[in-house]
Design a protein around this ligand. Structure first.
Ligand code: NZQ
Ligand code: ZN
Length: 389
């Protein structure tokens, strides 16, 4: 096991209907001037917006609405203007990963005089400045942003979708599974695949085969996602399903599953290119790519990971390790297909390969895939993977 530091200060408030009573104190501990951020209107349709406003009597609330999925730098720029003009004390982000991700960068941009895209291109700049506290109410189980420092921001002008890390995780995260009852089948499936992918990216690690604590943690969360995603799809108001998916989302990417290993991700940087070029749903892209990536990385050298994955996650028994490993990949494929989202690139209207070379070059460069992945990939390998998808 490698040395590691684990430090995470997010105050998690998990459970049904807590924020109506607790939100005001959680927010006002940081001041009275609040920027409320949200997406394209799901919170108005569901009635959540009214509940939130009712829970904030006496606070001065400025709003930034319309943060899109795959949040664009334009929203961050708009937010930067609002936090400066209104001398905002705290951001209240109500929504999915896109709203919370954009809010984190806006939180840094209050203390930056230039264009916030600079902060995305160079996260180090964010560590040299302050960051407003974020309180969030999560409405979609997927990204883990509710308990991590990351954001992913798109810039359509440069066809880039890039990750950026800041100094702080959200100060307070309200995780109310019942708020996800209204999440569509498409987004429920995509979110569940995203959680699963965060786990595979960390499980198939360059070291870590002997790290039983971490392996067991990841395997347990994987089993929960595999079990409960289909239940949530069939029965959207099943509290146990929504609760398991929500806590799995948080646990999968709050830093714990990466402890003691050497992590470097592969499928995510490739998917971010798909979203950058075609604006597709992140989790759907991951589900398309993951089985092909597994085919690519599987070999005698990586077999031990796949055998553990097969035995401990998919409950496959037997003595033939090669068979167990291949069966584990097959079962992953089957589970992804069972979630009723497209499993091929043509299925999300990506019919031609005209951008694949540029996308592969960018993915390899952004995450140094040719140097430090679980199994390294050249640009040519990435193009082949995209073609196979
Ligand atoms: O915009 P509204 O109207 O709110 O609708 C949203 C949006 O259309 C809707 N939605 C959210 N909660 C809902 C709901 N609809 C009905 N009922 C609810 N309760 O769902 C749609 C998608 O929302 P979005 O926030 O985009 O989804 P998600 O949470 O999956 O976030 C995806 C973004 O996060 C990034 C992704 O790349 C993508 O940009 N990621 C962030 C990470 C991080 N910060 O650590 C890690 C991830 O790997 C990921 O890359
Ligand atoms: Zn993800």
């Amino acid at each position: 096991m490698e040395n590691f530091t684990f430090h995470n200060t997010t105050d998690i408030r998990f459970g049904k209907d807590r924020f109506d009573q607790e939100l005001k104190d959680a927010v006002s501990q940081f001041g009275n001037r609040v920027l409320l951020t949200y997406g394209g209107g799901s919170i108005k349709k569901s009635g959540l917006y009214d509940r939130v406003m009712k829970a904030l009597p006496g606070l001065q609330v400025t709003e930034l609405a319309g943060i899109e999925p795959n949040p664009k730098i334009a929203s961050v720029r708009e937010g930067q203007k609002l936090v400066k003009e209104n001398d905002i004390d705290v951001i209240l982000a109500v929504g999915g990963g896109s709203v919370i991700d954009a809010s984190k960068v806006i939180a840094s941009a209050k203390f930056y005089e230039g264009d916030p895209w600079d902060l995305v291109l160079d996260s180090k700049k964010r560590f040299a400045i302050d960051q407003l506290p974020i309180v969030d109410i999560l409405t979609l189980s997927a990204t883990g942003t509710e308990m991590n420092t990351g954001s992913v921001i798109s810039n359509p002008e440069t066809t880039q979708k890039l990750g950026t890390g800041g100094p702080n995780t959200p100060a307070v995260s309200f995780l109310d599974p019942s708020l996800t009852y209204t999440v569509s089948k498409w987004q429920t499936a995509a979110g569940s695949i995203d959680i699963f992918s965060h786990l595979t990216e960390q499980y198939f690690d360059q070291k870590g085969y002997e790290n039983d604590v971490r392996n067991g943690l990841i395997e347990g969360i994987m089993r929960a996602v595999i079990k409960w995603a289909p239940v949530a799809l069939k029965d959207p108001e099943n509290y146990d399903a929504r609760a398991n998916l929500m806590w799995a989302s948080t646990m999968a990417l709050n830093g714990l599953p990466r402890t003691g290993n050497v992590n470097s991700w592969t499928v995510h940087p490739i998917e971010h290119e798909l979203s950058a070029y075609y604006d597709i749903t992140h989790g759907v892209g991951l589900g398309i790519l993951t089985p092909h990536w597994m085919d690519f990385v599987y070999s005698e050298a990586t077999r031990p990971w796949f055998v553990s994955f097969g035995r401990n996650v998919w409950n496959i028994t037997g003595d033939d390790d090669d068979l167990i490993a291949k069966e584990a990949i097959a079962k992953t494929r089957e589970w992804l297909a069972s979630l009723e989202v497209p499993t091929t690139l043509p299925g999300v209207d990506i019919e031609t390969d005209e951008n694949f070379a540029a996308m592969a070059a960018s993915a390899v460069k952004v995450n140094k895939l040719d140097q430090k992945a679980f199994v390294t990939m050249t640009e040519k390998d990435v193009v082949s993977l995209l073609e196979a998808s």
